[in-house]
Design a protein around this ligand. Structure first.
Ligand code: FES
Length: 140
């Protein structure tokens, strides 16, 4: 038995990324869970790519976490105790590594959403997603 179209639609979220300026991020809901979609700057991409993997708690190259380097898509749930980290809204703290900061117990994530400092054990999760076209992605 295959799931019906309306059930499939509930499990995916299509996101229009055409209005997200370079350097901005938005939060969307996917299966009731926040997902951050970030349009990274050249500098943020370079920072993410230049990290020495030996310095990472959960070593993953940036290239394994993105489809297009300018777009980072991660589940917005801290891998420590499940808070939603700051760093997506304008003016938010982004932590010491320029990505996201979870003030709950001080977890810092970098511009690839990888854990760099604090108690969280793992990187922010990259959900399954695909580009529908140049201006939209489908998560799920
Ligand atoms: Fe994020 Fe505790 S839930 S640091």
């Amino acid at each position: 038995m295959n799931p019906s179209a309306d059930v499939l639609a509930l499990s995916t979220t299509e996101v229009d990324i055409s209005q997200i300026a370079v350097g901005q991020a938005i939060t969307v809901k996917w299966r009731g869970t926040p997902v951050f979609v970030k349009h990274r700057t050249e500098e943020e991409i370079k920072e993410a790519e230049d990290v020495n993997l030996a310095d990472l708690r959960d070593p993953q190259p940036d290239s394994a976490r993105v489809i297009e380097p300018q777009w980072l898509v991660v589940v917005g749930i801290c891998t420590h105790l499940g808070c939603v980290p700051l760093g997506t809204k304008p003016g938010d703290q982004k932590g010491d590594f320029g990505g996201w900061f979870c003030p709950c117990h001080g977890s810092h994530y970098d511009t690839s959403g990888r854990i760099r400092r604090g108690p969280a054990p793992e990187n922010l999760v990259v959900p399954p997603y695909a580009f529908v076209d140049d201006t939209s992605i489908q998560i799920g």
